[in-house]
Design a protein around this ligand. Structure first.
Ligand code: ZN
Length: 461
């Protein structure tokens, strides 16, 4: 059984001990057992301490049957007196966040009766899961109470009560019929079973900030930062606000409204831009060429698939003719839409896709996507004369087309292309919404803590 120095003094970072055993667990890796140690082993959702033993880096620390093993890359013979150094900065940061988690869990338990059903600290943030729902207002209230406890510097103590005391004690993480339960108490706020190192008083936790909330199987998952991590978080967000202020030339208190307005203006501008692109493309596509294989085709630049589909809607194409509209340039590639309302375009598609670099989806009558070949390569593919055989002659004999004609399209054609466009627009709309949301979130999530009125929408992990 290893004597756990960190249970009695969590601020003792340097210690001496004697090696009890040394075992090679794999090539070049050894587990060292000491008679006493200040290294906290991995467990309970928290990583093991880092540091050195006789100058050797401690890779991991684990515990089994009250024996703590320190993994190093060189053997240290049993009986050797060693000195250990625990990474002070990392230990303190972990104690700040671990003790802060106790405080938040204890307040949630006393206020709402919820239990802590999940905890993890990855050295960047605490993830805490409680088994009940919490609103944004309730979370703000919890955060305020937790920081009040910090200001009061409530004492934190740890002890092993006797069996009788333990049985009568009301504490979180109640363990039944277990010997040697270590109780950690934050005076006036929390009593919980825990084996990890903690701070002596809540003032050392520093600022406690809940930076994220999400529903989790009927409960709530909270993301929390304490102490130095909270300071870093504030510094990063302050820098983000300053950057937004400089970019938009607004005062600090105006940044949230300015970002909202910019986002709305951007959406409006995109719509206007899309309309202009559509009109420009329609003008450029008004006089399509016909390929040797009978395909009607036209090129433009600056329009996306959405605009091309709108142009397609305005076209009148003779029955059975495949129509191919492309927009782009050799450098960026070409968006395309390809359609044939009355006949399958599969043969035309197979021929073209075998000759150029083209990716697209759709069905027998409509396809859209992107082509990475040059205009010259596309034209060469379209006008390859030996592709079609009888089909080509048939098309030439039976089909005449004058391309775009300013005459009303039939109801069936209108319905057909509108259906294709609706399907496409739904996908585009969903994509744009997601992209806009991501952009807006990334721009404003970092300032959401400073603007409570944003929290409802943006304060999510
Ligand atoms: Zn603890």
């Amino acid at each position: 059984m290893t004597q756990k120095i960190y249970e009695d003094d969590s601020y003792l970072y340097e210690f001496t001990a004697t090696v009890v055993s040394c075992r090679e667990v794999s090539s070049g890796l050894f587990d060292i057992e000491l008679d006493r140690t200040a290294f906290f082993p991995e467990g309970g959702g928290q990583y093991a301490d880092k540091g050195t033993i006789n100058g050797l880096d401690v890779i991991t620390v684990s515990e089994k049957d009250d024996v703590i093993l320190h993994r190093v890359c060189e053997p240290i013979p049993a009986g050797t007196a060693v000195s250990g150094i625990v990474d002070r900065e990392m230990r303190f940061l972990r104690m700040q966040n671990h003790t802060g988690e106790h405080l938040v869990s204890g307040i949630i338990h006393s206020e709402f009766g919820y239990n802590n059903v999940g905890f993890n600290f990855d050295d960047k943030k605490v993830t805490l899961i409680v088994d009940g729902p919490l609103t944004d207002e309730q979370i703000t209230d919890i955060e305020n109470k937790a920081n009040e406890a910090v200001f009061r510097n409530a004492a934190v103590t740890a002890y092993y009560p006797d069996a009788e005391t333990l049985a009568s004690l009301d504490y979180r993480s109640k363990l039944e019929n277990i010997q040697n339960v270590r109780i950690v108490n934050i005076e006036g706020y929390d009593t919980c079973a825990c084996c990890a190192p903690h701070l002596k008083g809540t003032a050392e936790i520093g600022l406690i900030k809940i930076i994220g909330r999400a529903s989790d199987r009927g409960g709530t998952r909270l993301l929390i930062v304490c102490g130095r991590l909270a300071l870093e978080d504030y510094q990063n967000k302050h820098k983000a606000v300053r950057d937004i202020m400089a970019a938009l030339a607004v005062k600090e208190e105006e940044t949230a409204a300015a970002v909202k307005k910019m986002s709305a203006d951007l959406l409006e501008e995109r719509k206007r831009n899309s309309d202009l692109l559509c009109r420009m493309a329609a003008m450029q596509l008004r006089t399509p060429e016909r390929s040797a294989g009978g395909i009607l085709y036209a090129f433009t630049d600056g329009a996306g698939c959405n605009e091309l589909i709108t142009c397609l809607n305005d076209m009148t194409v003779e029955s059975g003719v495949t129509c191919l509209l492309l927009s782009g340039n050799d450098e960026k590639g070409y968006f395309f839409v390809m359609s044939n309302k009355d006949a399958s375009l599969r043969q035309d598609w197979d021929k073209i896709s075998s000759a150029v670099k083209i990716n697209g989806g759709g069905d027998d009558h409509f396809r859209q996507g992107k082509c990475r070949s040059t205009k010259e390569e596309i034209l060469s593919a379209l006008n390859k004369t030996d592709w079609y055989g009888r089909k080509k002659q048939s098309i030439r004999r039976n089909i005449r087309t004058t391309g775009f004609q300013k005459r009303p399209v039939s109801e069936s054609k209108t319905t057909f292309f509108q259906k294709q466009q609706r399907s496409h627009n739904q996908k585009q709309h969903s994509f744009k919404n997601n992209r806009d949301l991501r952009n807006v979130r990334s721009q404003t999530a970092s300032i959401s803590n400073l603007f409570p009125d944003l929290r409802g929408n943006l304060h999510k992990p």
